[in-house]
Design a protein around this ligand. Structure first.
Ligand SMILES: [Zn+2]
Length: 240
């Protein structure tokens, strides 16, 4: 039996049998991994609450035939504020779900691990509303997606830009519009976020725009993963 140790973020978990759970981990060097935590639902489990979603752990696992087994867990980061603050909890849930959707098992991305742990730490520390948009911008970049935010993706007009539709590649003008509404302030702020100038946006952006950026970035994730899902379905239909 092969033992290994990994730093990992708990993305989610689900019940298995009477007393066990399957834990979906995002590990530093092996990417997404599913592993069984035996006896975790018993009151005297050795794991306690250490395998709750968003917790960063250092885990020891051994490779099973189908699923790996978690044997030991040390906590690295707990993110205590997520349990007190529903808003932060909700934002953390968006990050975890996005990484879950963006990753396949046994496809490691240390960059994605670093992005996720950094964003969770910052969210726990500061909880500012630009953490989700900044995370989404970097995640899309890792996925090779760079939305057009300067001009209409259909007709190249740079004025009258009113909506954002990632399935068409970016922003659209009032003649070509589709997707979700985007204010002029949010569009400019989003450009800065995609250029990596988050601090500048944080210092200069009104709260209402920051909130709009956050919901737009959530919509961008949905549009991105829907399109990816559709294209993989099309590829599958071609094969079968
Ligand atoms: Zn247009």
């Amino acid at each position: 039996m092969t033992l290994y140790r990994e730093d990992a973020v708990v993305l989610r978990s689900y019940k298995l049998g009477e007393a066990d759970r399957i834990i979906v981990l995002y590990t530093r060097t092996r990417g997404k991994t599913r592993a069984v935590a035996k006896g975790i639902r018993r009151t005297k489990s050795k794991f306690g609450a250490r395998l709750e979603p968003s917790t960063v752990v250092h885990a020891q696992l051994y490779e099973g035939r189908n699923l790996d087994i978690v044997t030991q867990v040390e906590t690295r980061q707990v993110h205590a504020s997520f349990r007190r603050d529903l808003m932060r909890y909700g934002r953390a849930a968006i990050l975890l779900e996005a990484v879950d959707l963006a990753s396949e098992e046994a496809e490691p991305s240390p960059a994605l691990f670093k992005l996720l742990t950094g964003a969770l730490r910052e969210l726990d520390r500061a909880g500012n509303p630009l953490i989700v948009p900044a995370f989404v911008a970097k995640l899309l970049k890792l996925e090779g997606v760079q939305p057009m935010l300067e001009a209409c993706v259909e007709c190249s007009r740079s004025d009258g830009l009113v909506s954002l539709d990632l399935s068409r590649g970016g922003v659209l003008c009032d003649r070509c519009r589709s997707g979700g509404f985007m204010s002029a302030g949010a569009r400019v702020a989003m450009q800065h976020v995609f250029e990596g100038h988050v601090r500048h946006v944080l210092d200069t952006t009104e709260n209402s725009v920051a909130e709009e950026l956050q919901s737009l970035s959530s919509i961008m994730l949905d549009q991105h993963f829907e399109r990816r899902l559709r294209s993989s379905r099309v590829a599958y239909e071609h094969l079968s």
